[in-house]
Design a protein around this ligand. Structure first.
Ligand SMILES: Cc1ncc(COP(=O)(O)O)c(C=O)c1O
Length: 470
């Protein structure tokens, strides 16, 4: 058990025994630091864990209070010691996604940025030029994947600061196919896969579909994936593969530091466990430099790096890729056996656009729009929502993870918001255990307007409704 878990466990025992009564504050940071000889961040992690267990509530500027009912609650002390689980998430995800599709719905729950931010006219020009350059023969010969596109993708890796071999790259129908093929390449039914918690629901769906079992590794909204928890999970379970998102993680928006990426790759290298790296938001960074993927630290071909043009350029073209290291041949065969190839004209169009269309200029303006929209959303959230609603500002991407008061039932909030024409992505979508009941993911990838402002106001009204609280 880590030190923060020990502290959280000791405090939890005192709370449950009634030594720290409901409604009173927890001992101060300073007291705990002095008592255990630990850093402030360790104590904060312990408090955060207690909050997650539903034992305490954070009140801005007042500290942490023992939550009503905490003294009698049974709690699971460490998530990483839980047994691997079969997953049953699809019904929930489909019902929520279905509610985001209608054009009149305010798409705060959507998984994509607004297509209005993409250079569709310029891309169309490239689609025409790229398709024109195809010979009748190339529409057959290029079937496994266009060399031109793979060269362009390879160039972007070089631009990030490291090289990959062109043979490693398999062009796919979006990142989702890349991720799924990589998972299929390294697992068999019944195997255990480590995923993030909260994490991207498609990982859970893939695990469900392939009859695998998931072990959830906690993600801290500030520091990202908990590597200590991963380390103990690796000791306890026969983990066959990991599926993680080190940059701008979905849904928390958090990123791993360079040191943590390096440590993650090393930890998995020691046990020869493959990492499926989902990096679809990599290009949407707000700081100056594009963040390195974990793949940059992979010397043994164990990291399968998956990304696409869906979040930056053209969702409907369905062009993505896997740079699959030592598993490239296997992934290529699986691609051939399942869907043979990604659409050749779409590949030709995107390759032409990457070469001549001004992708970097477009990305600069896209990132700026996303940053401005994030600020506009934060202003609205501060204006309308109670100060007990917390979030950590992401440094890229277009999603914001809100932690609402512990009493909130996100599924109820989602139902009442849908009835008012607003979609949100409720926290339980992002966990095999349907946890994160008091969290929601909001999308700031759309140009801000009165509709969004008023939707945030409506969410505040709904939050006042007693039926959304336990
Ligand atoms: C985190 C994450 N990974 C992967 C994907 C899949 O991307 P694509 O549309 O390229 O298949 C999505 C799309 O929703 C996503 O949000």
């Amino acid at each position: 058990m880590n030190r923060f878990e020990t502290i959280a466990k000791n405090l939890a025992e005192q709370i449950r025994a009634g030594h720290i009564p409901v409604g009173t504050t927890l001992p101060s940071l300073r007291q705990i630091i002095a008592q255990y000889g630990v850093s402030q961040s360790t104590v904060l992690r312990a408090y955060y864990l207690l909050e997650k267990w539903g034992l305490v509530r954070a009140e801005e500027r007042a500290g942490y209070f023992v939550a009503p009912g905490a003294a009698v609650d049974e709690i699971a002390l460490t998530e990483e010691t839980e047994a691997p689980k079969k997953v049953d998430i699809s019904d929930l995800v489909f019902s929520v996604l279905e509610s985001t599709r209608h054009p009149d719905i305010v798409p705060l729950g959507s998984a994509f940025p607004s297509p209005a931010l993409f250079p569709s006219a310029r891309l169309l020009k490239s689609l025409v030029a790229g398709t024109r350059s195809l010979t009748p023969l190339s529409t057959v010969e290029d079937l496994p994947g266009s060399d031109h596109l793979r060269q362009q993708i390879r160039r972007r890796y070089v631009g990030t600061g490291f090289a990959v071999a062109p043979e490693e790259i398999i062009v796919t129908n979006g990142a989702l196919e890349a991720l799924n093929l990589c998972l299929m390449a390294v697992t068999r039914p019944g195997d255990v896969v480590a995923v993030e918690s909260p994490g991207f629901y498609a990982a859970l769906q893939a695990i469900e579909r392939l009859d695998l079992r998931a072990v959830e590794i906690p993600v801290d909204p500030v520091s990202g994936l908990d590597l200590d928890a991963l380390q103990s999970a690796l000791k306890q379970h026969p983990i066959r593969a990991c599926w993680f998102m080190p940059n701008f993680q979905n849904p928390t928006g958090t990123s791993l530091s360079i040191e943590k990426k390096r440590a993650l790759v090393e930890m998995l290298r020691e046990k020869q466990i493959p990492l499926i790296e989902d990096d679809v938001y990599q290009e949407l960074h707000f700081s100056r430099d594009r963040p390195l993927p974990a793949k940059a630290f992979d010397s043994e071909g164990l990291v399968m790096h998956c990304s696409s043009f869906s979040k930056t350029l053209a969702p409907g073209y369905r062009i993505g890729w896997a740079t699959a290291g030592r598993f490239a041949d296997k992934v290529r065969r699986l691609k051939l056996m399942t869907t043979l190839s990604a659409c050749i004209p779409a590949q030709a169009g995107i390759a032409d656009y990457l070469e001549h269309g001004g992708y970097d200029k477009h990305l600069r303006s896209l990132r700026l729009s996303l940053q401005i929209q994030l600020e506009q959303m934060e202003i609205a959230l501060r204006k309308w929502l109670p100060s007990s609603v917390k979030w950590v500002r992401p440094d890229g991407g277009y999603i914001l993870w809100l932690q609402l008061p512990q009493s909130v039932k996100a599924m109820e909030l989602h139902a009442l918001a849908s009835a008012r024409g607003i979609s949100i992505a409720p926290g339980p979508m992002f966990s095999a255990r349907h946890a994160f009941q008091n969290c929601v993911r909001l999308n700031f990838g759309h140009p801000w307007d009165a509709r969004f402002e008023s939707a945030i106001g409506s969410l505040a009204e709904i939050l006042d409704d007693p039926s959304v609280h336990h």
